[in-house]
Design a binder for this molecule. Sequence first.
Ligand code: SF4
Ligand code: SF4
Length: 304
Amino acid sequence: MKLNCEGCAGCCIDWRPLAEAPSEHERRGPGEPLDDAYNLVPLTRDEVARFVERGFGDALTPRLWRVDRETPGVVVDGVRIAAVDGRPAFFVGFRKPPKPVGPFETERHWLRSCVFLDPETLQCRIHGTDSYPDECAAYPSHNLDLGVETECERVEAEHGGNRLLDDAPEGSAGLLLGPQAIGAKVFAYPDPDELAGTVDRMRRDALTATDRAAFVGVAVGSSPGSLSVNEDRTAAATAEVLDADSWVGRAIDEWVDAAGTEGSLATDPPNADAVEVARGAPETPGWDAVAGERHPDGSLGENG
Ligand code: SF4
Ligand code: SF4
């Protein structure tokens, strides 16, 4: 699969403020997400557990979905949310703070971006590491498999240029589509009553660290192919998330404090190296180092 990712990161940034046409096409799941994140990367149970073990629990956030009356669901805070056997269904992905980014040769704007995106180079800080999510590694081939438009094509349509240089899908066998996703990528929260207040905060983009930790804990306590949740594993992971104090969490706080209105010009943003690298973020190689290829190793991935 050949892609031209230099100066793009369209799949890692919420660039809707820079687009003429509205887009909801990347938003997957059983209903309408309660949050407004774009391009959320759903992580597997093992990936979530690995981030928590490594002290990056503060990089993670859940997603619930509003559903209609025909779809299995449960009502919490007056909202019917997707449920499996009466248990609220959720994804866990990365948080998306505003960062000063200038994709597609635009000026820098405050746009919500993946926590691991280097806002200077528009490269992924964890590409090529064992933390790199399967979902990112399978993008955009996964969309091509499903026959849905890719973010690459959308960037071409809105901003010109060639991004998707070869549109042959490479298969998405590892992406856990269907019922086997339960407990492996789609998690089930054991007690909907515990989510009173949380659902409302998710809708208002006001989740607390405690809210996020509870979901992440349940994801780690889950078992693939099952609705059962191990209470001890859940409690231990929840505590680890609450204790997490990674460069990611601290950088998010600084970006949120510094950011202007979403989509506004970033006229005098803080230096990204000072916000992220000085706190421990891995540096990215720059595009010269990868000779315009998407990834240094030429492999498939969301952004390199
Ligand atoms: S490729 Fe990297 S920066 Fe982009 S969404 Fe995936 S983890 Fe985030
Ligand atoms: S895969 Fe590459 S070209 Fe496609 S949207 Fe992501 S960064 Fe852009």
